[in-house]
Design a protein around this ligand. Structure first.
Ligand code: 5CA
Length: 437
């Protein structure tokens, strides 16, 4: 892609409410545009990054054999009346009427709808366990939407639902998801801490939030820093190893405000190991047994011939919120560097048009074509502006690798720079190798 053709509406004047790094950067680089309070359009740059995050989330769900599907955003109020949550959910739920006067709503989550689908489709214990997920827009009429897409009203979520015959099996599903979440966040180069959590309007008695430490986070986090020493690679994907993994995490103190108790914290964690910081919740998982299957009558035939309610859990990841979380973590000293796995482009070529303009540009185009041929997703900065303006712009766009064509480049060796590191002179072959690895 040529930068001159990219739809990248850079914004200089930020609204007063843009106070966090992620909100500011996303507006400045034209990743998003607000269309109403807490509702945003995702413009090409932001959308591309979000889609890459989505694809990593999807891969890790598929790896644990969760099956992807797609439920609608608009749901009938009837099933929510069956579960009892239609009234309980309160003003966060956006309620609408269709032309026949039927009560509908924009889904804030999907426990009811998936249970309704399941109860009419699966009749026997032999079809269990099942794990289904979708990645779909949600709407919650948050009382105070803020921080851009971090706490907005319409947001993009991966939500998965597990169905098991008994509590024991359901907890195995929970552990699998726990593992998949840690893998997902690792791939995004984020260190997520699983924390014992309250269950809120979703319900149930077992729940973990996955939290990324960041100054602008909304949650207060209290944890034992030994939790960072637990390494996922030490666990296998089998029942007992996954159980051990969850127990190892649970043995260390890690909670947010709602579960915080100062006496416990001080008695369980020695002072020098205490972390007391802010964090961003990027995922939340729940085991709630038959909270929905009983009222919605979601039963399966059991071995002894009697019908029993399935045991369920639900598992959410804030896919759109993750875009902001990655910025909060990676935007340092006014320089953004996307993790390679989600960067909008693999590399950017910046010809020095201050000197030997025509020649630099010709070399840049040649390299651009060559990298494209190799299926490397490359951005060519062909905009006619001075070098300092160019560098400033790329410090915000955050592509991790740059080729700078200018005075320092030799005939067949070019100035190559990984953001945050010193530039080196490399041949195109060497550059290709680095990008491909
Ligand atoms: N049904 C469950 C699990 S599928 C559920 O809805 N859980 S949740 O309420 O915790 O939401 C899951 C994730 O969505 C959160 O961890 C958070 O990352 C994201 N999220 C929730 N509310 C918002 C919001 N207003 N704006 C952006 N992301 C949000």
């Amino acid at each position: 892609m040529k930068l001159s053709k990219l739809f990248l509406p850079l914004v200089k004047d930020l609204p007063a409410d843009a106070r966090t790094k992620s909100h500011q950067l996303m507006l400045r680089t034209g990743m998003i545009k607000q269309s109403a309070a807490g509702i945003y359009s995702w413009l090409p740059l932001g959308f591309k990054i979000m889609k890459k995050i989505e694809s990593i989330v999807r891969d890790e769900q598929n790896k644990i054999d969760a099956q992807e599907m797609l439920m609608p955003t608009i749901q009938s109020a009837d099933i929510w009346k069956e579960s009892g949550r239609y009234d309980d959910y309160g003003e966060e739920m956006l309620r609408v009427k269709d032309r026949q006067g039927r009560e509908m709503l924009y889904g804030p989550t999907n426990e009811e709808l998936i249970t309704e689908i399941f109860r009419t489709s699966i009749k026997s214990y032999k079809s269990l366990p099942q794990m289904l997920y979708h990645i779909q827009w949600k709407f919650r009429d948050e009382i105070r939407p803020r921080f851009g897409i971090m706490r907005c009203r319409e947001f993009y979520m991966k939500d998965a639902y597990s169905f098991d015959i008994d509590e024991n099996q359901a907890k195995q599903s929970y552990n699998k998801m726990f593992y998949a979440y840690l893998k997902t966040f690792n791939k995004l180069e984020l260190q997520a801490i699983p924390m014992a959590a309250d269950t809120g309007p979703i319900g149930g008695d077992l729940s973990h939030e996955f939290i990324i430490l960041a100054e602008t986070g909304e949650s207060n986090v209290y944890a034992d820093k030994k939790i960072f020493d637990i390494e996922l690679k030490n666990y296998k994907f089998d029942r007992s190893s996954l159980e051990k993994m969850r127990n190892d995490f649970s043995a260390l103190y890690a909670v947010t405000d709602e579960k915080f108790n100062k006496n416990d914290f001080d008695s369980k964690v020695k002072k020098s190991d205490q972390i007391s910081k802010k964090g961003i919740e990027v995922g939340h998982i729940f085991y709630f047994g038959d909270k929905y299957s009983i009222p919605l009558n979601c039963l399966v035939d059991h071995q002894e011939g009697k019908k029993i309610p399935v045991k369920m859990g639900s598992y959410g990841i804030g896919v759109s919120r993750l875009v902001g979380a990655l910025i909060e973590v990676n935007f340092q000293n006014d320089i953004m560097k996307w993790p390679k796995s989600v960067s909008p482009y693999d590399i950017v070529i910046i010809p020095n048009i201050n000197k030997n303009k025509k020649q630099s540009f010709e070399i840049a185009v040649k390299i651009y074509k060559e990298l494209k041929k190799q299926k490397i997703d490359v951005l060519l900065d062909d905009v006619d502006e001075n070098m300092s303006a160019k560098f400033k712009k790329h410090e915000l766009i955050g592509i991790p690798y740059q080729i700078i064509i200018g005075s320092k480049s030799e005939e067949n060796r070019f100035e190559f720079k990984e953001v945050g590191k010193n530039a080196t002179l490399l041949s195109l072959e060497e550059i290709k190798e680095i990008i491909k690895n």
